[in-house]
Design a protein around this ligand. Sequence first.
Ligand SMILES: [Zn+2]
Length: 417
Amino acid sequence: MVVMSKTSAAQIGAHIIARCDELAELTEEQGVMTRTFLTPMHKAANERVAGWMNEVGMSARIDPIGNLVGRYEGARADGPVVMIGSHLDTVRNAGRYDGIMGVITGIEAVAALHRAGRRLPFAVEIVGFGDEEGVRFDTALIGSRAIAGTLPAKAMEAKDAEGTTLAQAIAQFGLDPKTVSAATRRKGDLLAYLEVHIEQGPVLERMGLPLGVVTAICGATRRRIRVKGEAGHAGTVPMTGRHDALSGAAEMVLAAEAVAKAHGIVATVGRIAAEPGAVNVIPGGAVFTLDLRAEEDGKRAQALAEFDRRLLEIAERRVLKLEIETTHDAPAAPCAPHLQGLFEGAIESLGLKSTRLPSGAGHDGMAIIAIAPIGMLFVRCEKGISHNPAEAVIADDVGLGALALSTALERLAQSNA
Ligand SMILES: [Zn+2]
């Protein structure tokens, strides 16, 4: 059993943070932190982390899509695998902990086993996914989808800003794009997939809790909505009888906010434009985006249906036309109830109060759920800020996350002995 004091949590956390800070030096853009998929800096990060894996008795290899896969053997060579992962790529001008902290935390949990000379009834694999953020090829989760076997063949033709295809980038990385399917793991090979990640939101901080258990990675729908009215002279057309597309769109934006609040989900209009966009012209057209997320797909569908009803009502009343296009639609990835319970028990065993919360942000588990039950543990981050150099965590919290992960592994070992 792991018995740990607050002091040791702070020490472990400081060690993990120091490694995250060290990795932040491996950046494509001087002065800011940017590390994208299949670049020389990605290779350097893989090598650095592989060295840390080797230090704690793990073998390390680069899989055919460029993921780093470390393995700590179990008691039996043919036993199952518990995969612990997160991503080593970043957004542009990123923080230091999003993704990376989860990989380093996994290695820390293995380090504890290695020091104690312990083998579990399963092998522990730590994966540093090469692409979660989707910055380089405009399509996300390439690394985890390759492992899950859900990366479509046409993804190989995706191009980066320089016109390099994914297949070419894989070859330039020193791998053979024809062997990518060999990265795929069979359903049933993994006993569980566990991920520790910063929350990227303010909920834990507001509750005063260092750790939380993720209920689900939210499903998301994105839409582009075009409103068509009638352009006219800003000075000569009276207020009555106008068909101002932007005023209509503004009412629709507020409807999105109201619907989200009523359904207990989140909806965001992040972009809006008026056409023709002149100071003295009544907007004849308006285009806006909607991003709507919910932890349950049923809730998301209900909210969308209500949003559509409100949109039609507003358009009808204002005599406007609507064109609605769905640009993205991804189902929710629920965390397995037994793995939620596992993390909850682990948190409580450290003398902490636990809470459950959904993840509004996407994670590699969304892909891995195709082949394994997933469980996620959130670590509080300062003000919920992420995808930003201001991203910050407390050593104590990070250490407690590592201890909770170790405890979860011990308990999984007991129930799978
Ligand atoms: Zn992340």
